[in-house]
Design a protein around this ligand. Structure first.
Ligand SMILES: *[C@@H]1O[C@H](CO)[C@@H](O)[C@H](O)[C@H]1NC(C)=O
Length: 997
């Protein structure tokens, strides 16, 4: 017992209450005759009473009277022989409090695991010193802040030290390189550490795991003598701003199993010494700037099964020492590799994933590829490969993705591919493939995308295409397919895109095609299809593009087309359509409108009676318009005696009009040439009555309404027209990034249309400026209204609730109805605009990304963090993977803003806390009931603390707020998996509104 007392007297000055606590410990420990387990009971109970908040009551069985106390208590482990407490394991107990270093007063303690709780505050060097006898200390996934504690003494026993996933900041102290002589596992990842990766870490030669990535380290190289860590099994530095080259000494890491340096700025060659990593199982070097040839030194790496060096600047040939290994996954896509794919790759019995796309590989594919291994994912698109397709690619019947487009393959699609029923994703556009497609190749039940564009394939589509029930994209344009489109196509209920353009199809479109109510695009242009356009098209509620041009459609244009809410592209030109243009078509908001070269008659509906539609209407000799020249004007039939006069006046009319027309045209051209704006690129997304000239004149200081990071926003009232908002992007720092913002905005907003998404009217890009023109939103942004300097308009709860639902619907549309899906990436209250009736419109798509289906499951990798502070999902900073779920998190933050009226970051929350942590904490601290995780039942009393004081909600509104808060907490769940989809969020919110009425 003697040794246990000294700590009472040699500590630094302490606050009185802490001193008293310590004194109590001392008294407990010096009572003569107390057995060690009794002493431990006292220590543990003191810690529980004074240092832990246990809202879930999980430590309720810590009772002195319990038999065999404390060894049977939850989380406590004892030595079998001595009954001394040796371990305290409270992982995932929802416990909060400061670091309870007093656990370490139990001198027999070896193992302390407090991971995944809500411990907060700083970690002092003194507290840590108290624990210097531990072997295992895990404080990961808590809320600790401040600098990493200096090590004041030697931690001789410590083998595992895990402080990962906290908010520690500052640099790694030098003492970590000298006072942890036996450390095997050091985990500091996912904190806010800065500085650089310190060289002194290579002194920790016992390390098997060194995981310090996902911090804020500045650009730094790997320590040159990293090779000293010969016991290291895991060198894990993805997304770590690592610069310089891979150190030559890396080859000394004989125990290394996992080398992950992906997504950094590594330059130079892959060192030849990499061949020394004799234990390595996985090498991830993707997304760097490695260059030069891949060394041919891999032949000893017999355990290597994953190799990924994609997205670098590697040149030369693929070394045979690499393709000869027992790789399962082999990815070198997006480099500049050339030469042939080595034949020995086909001998590998384990290979299931091969991605070599976007290189300059040439020659034939190894003929036996697929013969020896169950290939699943095969993508060699974007090379110069040629020759026949290997017949055995699907020999093992496991091929899922077959991606060959942009090569020069020739010959037929092998007969054996017709038995590859495992296929779900097929893209074969290669220009030279010919012959008849094996009939069963069309009808695999799991197919989602089927693309055979731009080949010389022929034959008919078999009726069994109806078996491909999961098909969403059917893209076979630019071939020589013939016959009729079979009725079986109507069974494919998931179809969103049909493109059979530029083939030799004939006969009628099956009338059942209108059953396909998920269809977004139907393109059959340039075929020989006959018959009438189906009239029952109102089922096509999602259709945005209909292109029937260049066929032999006859009959009239169905007025029902005007009922399609999303149709923006309508091309019926070059057919045999007759009758009048239905005036219902003017209900559409069209970007593309072409009825030219048909046999249409009668008067042009007034909505199209505008100069900009002339080219859409020409070639219909019997169309007329009162003032749209050069169409004939609409004259009533006149008595024969007047015909001559009529003809004469018409002729003179035409002369005058032609003259005027020429005049106007030349003047316009002059206007343009005179101002030197030849390089302007203008894109209109809606039917417009103004052009860039009208707008530029108004971009003056008087009309400026906002200045932001990306540019200035003006309010422009057009002559005789609507008020628009004009965003002028900065020119000064016009870099690739700002260009990307512009392009992203134009590309995403240009192709979508939804009542809850702001409408981009047009964009204009010139040599020295770029502007974006939107509908003007009377009430500014939700952020302004909630947090504006004027105190904002005090939105009542009902309005706030409607804003929540509208914004959720807009995001749900982006995630679930756009193909491919769009992730906004910058959802925040400042990007939700409000019109004159406070209806929300999601805006600002400068960071939006289209999620391409061919990216790996689980999201798309970004090169850097984007988004706004306070709204960024926690996993995003850590993995840089974006999925729809990162938007869901940000939306959850917006819901919390609506409820609390507070900004996401506010000093009143306390240091290093954001609105999410604050709300969680208020919820936890004033809860009377035990709270299960995020989506817990919310108690009314803490609603009082949370709800915006300006709201004064009624009881029934309070109920509604409670459920919205519940939805919000689900959205901000730290695990993306636990967040609902936006579609589900809409359902949940709408349920609430029903519950209310
Ligand atoms: C079709 O898609 C559904 C939903 O994604 C999936 O569950 C099902 O397994 C697919 N069918 C086939 C045959 O792959």
């Amino acid at each position: 017992m003697a040794g246990t007392m000294c700590f009472c007297f040699n500590c630094r000055p302490l606050p009185l209450y802490l001193y008293l606590i310590k004194l109590l410990f001392c008294i407990a420990l010096i009572i003569p005759g107390t057995s060690s387990s009794n002493r431990d009971v006292v220590v543990l109970l003191r810690v529980k009473a004074n240092e832990l908040q246990d809202p879930s009551g999980l430590l309720a069985d810590w009772q002195q009277s319990a038999p065999n106390a404390p060894c049977n208590w939850t989380g406590i482990g004892c030595d079998n022989q001595t009954n001394d407490v040796v371990s305290v394991n409270l992982t995932s107990f929802s416990i909060s409090g400061y670091f309870p270093a007093d656990f370490c007063r139990i001198q027999t303690l070896r193992f302390l695991d407090l991971s995944d709780n809500n411990f907060n505050g700083t970690l002092s060097p003194e507290a840590l010193t108290l624990c210097s006898h531990l072997q295992f200390l895990n404080l990961s996934s808590n809320l600790f802040v401040g600098g990493l504690p200096e090590l004041q003494t030697l931690f001789l026993n410590l083998t595992t030290f895990d402080l990962s996933v906290n908010n520690f900041s500052g640099e790694i102290p030098a003492s970590y390189g000298s006072r942890l002589p036996n450390l095997q596992v050091l985990r500091l990842l996912s904190n806010l550490l800065n500085g650089s990766i310190p060289d002194f870490l290579t002194n920790l030669t016992e390390l098997t795991r060194l995981e310090i990535a996902a911090n804020n380290f500045g650009p730094s190289p790997l320590p040159a003598d990293i090779g000293r860590l010969t016991k290291l099994e895991n060198l894990w530095f993805p997304f770590s701003k690592i610069i310089g080259s891979i150190p030559e000494s890396i080859g000394n890491l004989k125990s290394l199993k996992n080398l992950d340096l992906s997504v950094n700025n590594l330059t130079g060659k892959i060192p030849e010494s990499i061949g020394g990593l004799i234990a390595v199982e996985q090498i991830e070097l993707y997304a760097n700037q490695l260059s030069g040839e891949i060394p041919d030194t891999f032949s000893n790496l017999t355990s290597l099964y994953n190799f990924d060096a994609s997205s670098n600047n590697l040149t030369g040939r693929i070394p045979e020492s690499l393709t000869g290994l027992a790789l399962q996954s082999f990815n070198l896509n997006d480099n500049n590799l050339e030469g042939q794919i080595p034949e020995n790759l086909a001998l590998n019995p384990y290979l299931y994933q091969l991605k070599l796309f976007n290189n300059r590989l040439s020659g034939n594919l190894p003929v036996n590829l697929g013969r020896n291994s169950g290939l699943e994912d095969f993508d060699v698109s974007g090379n110069f490969l040629e020759g026949p397709l290997p017949p055995n690619l699907c020999f093992k019947k496991q091929l899922d993705r077959l991606v060959l487009f942009n090569n020069n393959f020739s010959g037929p699609i092998p007969e054996s591919y017709g038995e590859c029923s495992s296929l779900t994703y097929v893209r074969i556009s290669s220009y030279e493939l010919s012959g008849v497609v094996p009939p069963s190749f069309w009808s695999f039940p799991g197919l989602t995308i089927f693309e055979l564009r731009n080949n010389r394939l022929e034959g008919e589509i078999p009726p069994t295409v109806s078996n491909a029930r999961n098909l969403t994209g059917f893209l076979i344009s630019g071939n020589s397919f013939s016959g009729q489109l079979p009725e079986g196509i109507c069974e494919l209920e998931q179809l969103q895109i049909i493109d059979i353009s530029s083939n030799r199809f004939s006969g009628k479109l099956p009338s059942c095609i209108t059953k396909l109510n998920k269809l977004l695009k139907l393109d059959v242009q340039e075929n020989s299809i006959t018959g009438e356009i189906p009239t029952s098209v109102t089922t096509w509620t999602d259709l945005t593009e209909l292109n029937l041009s260049g066929n032999q459609f006859s009959g009239t244009i169905p007025a029902e087309l005007g009922e399609l809410p999303d149709l923006t592209y309508l091309d019926l030109s070059e057919n045999l359509l007759s009758g009048e243009i239905p005036s219902d078509l003017s209900k559409l908001k069209l970007n593309k409108f072409n009825l030219s070269n048909n046999r249409l008659q009668g008067r042009v509906p007034s909505a199209f009676d505008n100069e900009i539609f002339i080219s859409s209407l020409v070639g219909n000799s019997d169309l007329c318009s009162p003032d749209l020249k050069p169409l004939p004007s609409c004259q009533k039939r006149r008595p024969i005696s007047l015909v001559l006069v009529g003809i004469l006046s018409a002729l003179s009319g035409i002369l005058v009009v032609s003259f005027l027309w020429l005049l106007i045209k030349s003047k316009k051209l002059n206007l343009f040439a005179g101002r030197g704006k030849k390089s302007w690129k203008m894109t209109a997304f809606q039917r417009l009555w103004f052009n860039e000239e009208d707008i530029v004149a108004f971009l003056s200081q008087d009309n400026l309404i906002a200045t932001g990071g990306s540019g200035q926003v003006y309010r422009v009232m057009l002559k005789n027209g609507p008020t628009v908002a004009v965003k002028r992007l900065w020119d000064a720092n016009r870099g690739p990034e700002s260009e990307e913002v512009f392009q992203s905005e134009v590309e995403t907003l240009g192709r979508i249309k939804h009542g809850c998404i702001v409408k981009l009217l047009f964009s204009c890009s010139g040599d020295n400026f770029r502007i974006l023109v939107y509908d003007y939103m009377e009430n500014g942004s939700l952020g302004d209204v909630l947090h504006g300097e004027k105190g904002g308009v005090l939105l009542d709860w009902h309005t706030r609730f409607k804003i929540a639902i509208g914004a959720a619907q807009g995001l749900a549309y982006l995630h679930h109805d756009c193909v491919p899906a769009i992730v906004h990436r910058d959802v925040k209250s400042n990007n939700i605009l409000l019109d004159e009736e406070f209806r929300p419109k999601v805006a600002d798509f400068g960071l939006a990304k289209t999620l391409h289906k061919n990216m790996e499951e689980g999201g798309q990798l970004m090169s850097q963090i984007a988004g706004s502070y306070g709204y960024i999902a926690p996993e995003y900073a850590y993995t840089l993977k974006i999925t729809e779920k990162s938007d869901v998190y940000s939306f959850g933050v917006v819901l919390l803003e609506l409820i609390t009226g507070k900004r996401p970051i506010d000093p009143s929350f306390g240091e290093n806390k954001d609105i999410v942590q604050w709300v969680m904490e208020v919820a936890l601290s004033s809860a009377e009931q035990p709270i299960a995780n995020d989506s817990a039942k919310i108690c009314a009393d803490y609603l009082d603390h949370l709800v915006d004081a300006r709201l004064k909600p009624s009881t029934s509104e309070l109920e509604e707020i409670r459920v919205v808060l519940d939805v919000a907490l689900q959205c901000v769940s730290s695990l993306p998996m636990n967040r609902p989809s936006m579609r589900r969020v809409v359902e949940l919110l709408k349920d609430k509104s029903r519950a209310r009425s």
